[in-house]
Design a protein around this ligand. Structure first.
Ligand SMILES: Cc1ncc(COP(=O)(O)O)c(C=O)c1O
Ligand SMILES: N[C@@H](CCCC[NH3+])C(=O)O
Length: 442
């Protein structure tokens, strides 16, 4: 099992001391359930090791992994920074009271409205992604009312992290960032130094997500420091900050435990490599930023479903249909992602069987878990899919006009609803019936 789970005397699953069967009765299913203490301790693991090894550092949690007002508050309480990638994420953070000076703003195609929102309300670091964006900002930053605009430049360092192609972001052929190979990064940043409204703080890079070894991170740091040094030689300018993005992978299955570097090992590797490379080039040690997402939230999140239809095709397969699916977890259909599940109302009772857990969408690829062993499942069982804390709620959709589930945080063994469930009402809220479609009675 992943995270803080146990079985109680009723043979029910407990997450962080909360009976999941009771929780399902009280809040309904499907439901995302987060262990708040685990979210906080995952954050503290990063903070503690970084403070020891590279005290001049900042952790900007990547909001795209999971964000809502309660998460923003929690991050603020833990003195974190927050990486936002859209006007929407920025807006939610700001509405929840998160200080804008601790926000870091990403995006390869920031819209005029997004740029205006951020310039008006302030930002901790703005990550410039392209030459086009620099050209726009060179004019728009005049409207920034909070001093010089503090900027990073996103670099694609040409490193392959050997993860799924869809979540690889730092190769030369990428829609993100400025490439090193053709001198574009060098030229664009040199240009930026001539704009008096911009305060060039440093460089950013992010090579991909769900990365299972330290080597690509180490090679990235080597490439970045090499570039920083050559930029210094040619332009007499020192970058005082370096952001290495996120990307540390996590186990989703029992058999993957121990196959990913721990947070401690990751922090040790990046801090040590950065120090060594800076010594090698005699480059002043920059302030270090990182942007972990998945490794902070994934094991703290679970999705609770109710089992509905059970269909057995003799000699072929047994299908277990739950009351959610690709609408609340699109990762299996997008990346062939694998998950494991627990029957929460009869833990360890019944004989094991192989089943495929599928969703309720009108799509054959709507599979939550392809062939998993579980105890024999019955209609009405409460099925918990583990490790859904990252990129599930944040990537959920309304396909088939299915309302999205609510989110509960468990704190001190008690559940708190932090995002309410959508209802059918929410599905018509944005619809407009133009006059010509309204039939007028005589
Ligand atoms: C720029 C950037 N920073 C941080 C992250 C967070 O990555 P992860 O959730 O893998 O830690 C991502 C997502 O891949 C990203 O695109
Ligand atoms: N959405 C991806 C991660 C992408 C991270 C953003 N660059 C996933 O679910 O694994």
């Amino acid at each position: 099992m992943l995270g803080n789970k146990a079985f109680n005397q009723k043979n029910h699953l407990e997450i962080a001391g909360c009976d999941i069967v009771q929780l399902a009765e009280e809040f309904g299913t499907p439901l995302y359930v987060y262990d708040e203490a685990l979210l906080r301790s995952n954050i503290k693991d990063y903070q503690k090791r970084l403070k020891e090894l590279h005290p001049d550092s900042t952790i900007a949690y990547a909001g795209k992994a999971f964000l809502c007002s309660a998460m923003c508050r929690l991050l603020d309480q833990e003195s974190m920074w927050l990486d936002v990638v859209s006007g929407g994420e920025y807006y939610v953070a700001r509405e929840s009271g998160f200080p804008t000076e601790r926000l870091l703003f990403h995006g390869n195609n920031k819209s005029p409205q997004e740029r205006e929102l951020v310039l008006k309300n302030g930002i901790g670091r703005w990550v410039i992604d392209s030459e086009w964006e620099l050209a726009l900002l060179s004019k728009e930053a005049k409207n920034y009312l909070h001093g010089k605009l503090p900027v990073f430049f996103r670099i694609t360092p040409g490193i392959d992290p050997h993860t799924h192609a869809y979540i690889t972001t730092g190769k030369v052929d990428s829609k993100f960032g400025l490439t090193l190979v053709d001198g574009i990064a060098q030229r664009v940043i040199r240009q930026a130094l001539s704009y008096e409204n911009l305060d060039v703080k440093g460089l950013h890079c992010h090579i991909g997500s769900q990365i299972d070894s330290l080597e690509p991170f180490i090679n990235t740091i080597k490439a970045m420091v090499r570039f920083m040094d050559s930029f210094k030689e040619q332009n007499n300018f020192v970058f005082s900050e370096l952001d290495l993005g996120g990307g540390l992978g996590v186990p989703y299955l029992e058999e993957q435990k121990g196959k990913f570097p721990s947070v401690q090992e990751y922090v040790e590797a990046i801090a040590k490599t950065l120090q060594e490379e800076c010594e090698k080039y005699q480059y002043p040690l920059p302030k270090l930023f990182i942007e972990p997402g998945r490794s902070i939230v994934n094991n703290a999140g679970n999705t609770v479903y109710t089992v509905g239809t059970i269909k057995e095709i003799p000699g072929i397969k047994k299908y277990i249909a739950v009351d959610g699916g690709m609408t609340d977890n699109p990762r299996p259909i997008l990346y062939d992602a694998r998950y494991q599940a627990i029957i929460a109302n009869r833990v360890n009772q019944g004989s094991p069987e192989m089943v495929s857990v599928v969703g309720k969408c009108c799509e054959s690829g709507d599979v939550v878990i392809q062939q998993t062993e579980t105890i024999s499942v019955q209609n009405g069982d409460i099925l918990v899919v583990e490790g859904t804390g990252a990129y599930n709620y944040s990537m959920a959709s309304n396909y088939n006009l299915i309302p999205r589930p609510g989110v509960v945080f468990i704190r001190d063994e008690k559940p708190y609803l932090v995002v309410r469930h959508e209802g059918w009402y929410d599905l018509v809220r944005r619809d407009i019936l133009p006059e010509y479609l309204i039939e007028k009675g005589e």
